[in-house]
Design a protein around this ligand. Structure first.
Ligand code: DQA
Length: 150
């Protein structure tokens, strides 16, 4: 199984960025954590981070026919981008949405996600563990989908 993990704008600043909200772990720490979780589960993984909406759309399009699943933390684009969920729907790859913080308990403008409608599930508020929960959820979904294909 191959997963693409996408992190959006400012997540490269983890560790420095608002540690009271996002914790003290760096983006490199997050990548190491995701890689170890995926390797324990026998999942091949590619990590991608960009501060640019179009680059994220390009990466999702390039995933077509290559990846079995996408885990995405669109960061601020969660609340503004229609192009990102459109791209996920265009490629038809099962995707799960992740947030480090609990967006449902933050500012009103963070409480709506455009990404959500293109995803099988959303995990938020668990810090880096949100990624672990989303990986497990997506793995289960992809396995179930593959076992029903004749
Ligand atoms: C975030 C939540 C977003 O509202 C914010 O813009 C981010 C990070 C999270 O992981 O908690 O950049 O996606």
């Amino acid at each position: 199984m191959k997963f693409l993990i996408i992190n959006g704008p400012n997540l490269n600043m983890l560790g420095t960025r608002e540690p009271q909200v996002y914790g003290t772990g760096t983006y490199a720490d997050l990548c190491g954590y995701i890689e170890s979780i995926c390797s324990e589960r026998g999942i091949e993984v590619k990590l991608f981070q960009s501060n640019h909406e179009g680059a994220i759309v390009d990466e999702i399009q390039a995933a077509y026919g290559v990846f079995d699943g996408i885990i995405i933390n669109p960061a601020a684009y969660t609340h503004t981008s229609i192009a990102i969920p459109d791209a996920i729907k265009s490629v038809g790859i099962p995707a799960a949405e992740v947030h480090i913080s609990d967006i449902s308990k933050r500012e009103a403008y963070r409480q709506h996600s455009y990404t959500k409608e293109a995803c099988i599930d959303t995990v938020c508020g668990l810090g880096f563990d949100s990624y672990k929960a989303a990986i497990d959820r997506l793995k289960e979904f992809v396995n179930a989908k593959n076992s029903t294909v004749l």
